[in-house]
Design a protein around this ligand. Structure first.
Ligand SMILES: NC(=O)c1ccc[n+]([C@@H]2O[C@H](COP(=O)([O-])OP(=O)(O)OC[C@H]3O[C@@H](n4cnc5c(N)ncnc54)[C@H](O)[C@@H]3O)[C@@H](O)[C@H]2O)c1
Length: 294
């Protein structure tokens, strides 16, 4: 059993681990090797085997490939046939050097002066992300979030059909949600095995998440998307991605606070008032705007 993958260092540090921290799954993490992320294995167009190339792509780059795919698909829908790396990097919000590096993991498909063929690049990214096959999804915990996920029509078209729903509430078991009857928690291993579920989504309260996770793993599920604010223990062959909206909001809060600080300092500097940037010289300013005594 190991600590959940995809966490940044520090979180849950008190938890027992049976092996060193796994790679970081943070989408915005850089490519630089860190304690949580293996060094990038040099791959070029000369690497013959696409599978070997795919295995060497850092997780942060994988997350960006998914963003490029979304952007490219929108461009294709609008009739674009080629795209320059500058256009694509701007649309994806990534600098062009990083974009070229990311695409180099797929092999060299750009043409100097022309750019990339949109359809070709879409195909390469889809193959690399394993999107050319279907991944059956099960959702456990059919409350607010589970209902929304079960009713969301966007997953099947992207290769993620929702094929099983689970809950413990007797009022929900047997009731169809999004056209699929809810099964009981105890049926998770059997149903997941029978329906060959490859991705399990956990939308239960945190106290129930680990037992649900164990049942999903017993049913052969190897990838788990966890919405519950808890760190899951899983065997090494199981991949867990955690969606923590509170953490995302806290990160945004940090940026809002910093911008407010910057605006306040700029306004004070213009007005030359006491408490201005000058007066604050030598004092640190906390993220919440409080001045930290030096
Ligand atoms: N709703 C949100 O916007 C939101 C956002 C971020 C994170 N989350 C997290 O997602 C999870 C679900 O949130 P929610 O608002 O949908 O909660 P909810 O209370 O509406 O639904 C939880 C569901 O899980 C079921 N459940 C409880 N124990 C279970 C078990 N052992 N096996 C299977 N099902 C079980 C309950 O019967 C209920 O239907 C929580 O952990 C929450 O912290 C929710």
């Amino acid at each position: 059993m190991v600590a959940e993958r995809g966490r940044r260092s520090g979180a849950g540090a008190a938890q027992k681990r049976s092996r060193p921290p796994a790679k970081s799954g943070a989408p915005d993490a850089d490519n630089a090797p860190t304690a949580e992320m293996p060094a990038v294995v040099a791959t070029t167009a000369t690497t013959p085997d696409p599978e070997v190339r795919a295995r060497s792509i850092p997780e942060a780059a994988v997350a960006r490939l998914a963003v490029y795919l979304r952007v490219l698909s929108a461009m294709a829908e609008q009739g674009a046939t080629t795209v320059s790396s500058e256009e694509l990097s701007t649309a994806a919000g990534v600098n062009s050097a990083k974009l070229r590096k990311d695409l180099s993991y797929l092999g060299s498909y750009g043409t100097r002066g022309v750019g990339y063929e949109v359809e070709v690049l879409v195909g390469h990214i889809e193959r690399t992300l394993g999107l050319t096959r279907q991944h059956k999804v099960a959702v456990a915990g059919i409350g607010n979030l589970g209902h929304a996920l079960a009713n969301y029509g966007g997953f099947p078209g992207r290769g993620f059909p929702v094929e099983a729903l689970f809950d413990i509430d007797p009022d929900l078991v047997g009731v169809p949600v999004g056209g699929l009857p809810v099964s009981h928690l105890d049926d998770i291993p059997r149903v997941c095995t029978e329906r060959q579920i490859s991705i399990g989504v956990i939308a239960t309260p945190p106290t129930a998440a680990q037992s649900v996770c164990d049942r999903l793993v017993a049913g052969g599920v190897q990838c788990i998307l966890n919405f519950a604010p808890v760190v899951l223990q899983v065997p090494e062959h199981v991949e867990v991605r955690k969606v923590d909206l509170a953490v995302e909001l806290q990160i945004l809060s940090f940026h809002v606070a910093r911008r407010a600080d910057d605006a306040e300092l700029a306004a004070s500097a213009v007005n030359g008032k006491p408490g201005s940037a000058k007066a604050r010289k030598g004092k640190a300013v906390a993220g919440n705007g409080a001045v930290i005594p030096s």
